[in-house]
Design a protein around this ligand. Sequence first.
Ligand SMILES: *[C@@H]1O[C@H](CO)[C@@H](O)[C@H](O)[C@H]1NC(C)=O
Ligand SMILES: *[C@@H]1O[C@H](CO)[C@@H](O)[C@H](O)[C@H]1NC(C)=O
Ligand SMILES: *[C@@H]1O[C@H](CO)[C@@H](O)[C@H](O)[C@H]1NC(C)=O
Length: 285
Amino acid sequence: MRLSSLLTLACAITAFILSILCLLAGNTRSFLQDTELLTLNISQLGHGSLFDTSDGDGGLLSTLGNDIQQGVNDIVNDLTVDIASLLGLPDLYNVHVLDFCQGTYSPNSTAVNAKKNITQCSNPTLGFHFQPTQYIEDHLPAGITLDDIHWPSDVVDAERTIKTVSRVMVVFYIIGIVFSGLAMITAIASIFTDGRLSAFINWLVDILAFGALGVASAVATAVIVIAVDRINKYTDEIGISASRGGRFLAMTWAATAVMLLASFVSIVQCCVGRRRPKRYEKGEY
Ligand SMILES: *[C@@H]1O[C@H](CO)[C@@H](O)[C@H](O)[C@H]1NC(C)=O
Ligand SMILES: *[C@@H]1O[C@H](CO)[C@@H](O)[C@H](O)[C@H]1NC(C)=O
Ligand SMILES: *[C@@H]1O[C@H](CO)[C@@H](O)[C@H](O)[C@H]1NC(C)=O
């Protein structure tokens, strides 16, 4: 019996569960919806310096102005006018690893502690990447274009990068899940054997799980940081903003950290090797 392997088993189980949850979070409207990579908040779209023109900002605002019988600058300056919903767009997108969801803020988008009311989610796919530009373009009312809402081309460029790296991220999560699953088996085997070989195999699987989850977490973190920074550059100009999903980051790095701990324990087991049988220890004293 090697009881220290109970620790590596606990680490492997934790990493396995956490990494599966990271991959599947937000899969449906109610499953871990608050474990998002990031939230894109477009509720104030239209309230920004680029719209604040007295020369009658062409398409968007005059169309809206006619619809709701209000002056263009009144709309821009009146933060209670939810331009996103006037355009038929949701207030927010919750972006997950395999899908994204949309919804509204309740009671409203500027209230302190506004809650997210998620109304629908896209179908989850492994090749998924979030393309807000395409989605928003498709859902704008006839006669209003991305130019009218001053949608930044910078965001379109960021989407292309994210599309590629998010596939790498999914692949490494899957590899990490497979190896942390294997690590459960090798940890159990290592509980019931004392040899260095079982400890070495356990270490090998642990370190591979750690490596895969580390890459997945690093890529996920990079995607989140790049996307959020890029979007928040335009908050003052067109009123869109984004925020990082703290819970997702905590879960993915926790999964990585426990596999690192398991690797340490199993390499120590491997170096220490077989424990001497008890009777020799007693005999020496
Ligand atoms: C948003 O909701 C809060 C709390 O209900 C309220 O005080 C505030 O006036 C609302 N803001 C807008 C813009 O409707
Ligand atoms: C959504 O974004 C707007 C504009 O950046 C901001 O004023 C508002 O507080 C945000 N709402 C939430 C709930 O984060
Ligand atoms: C959430 O949104 C749906 C559809 O817009 C609405 O029927 C429901 O009342 C909302 N729930 C809350 C808590 O605001």
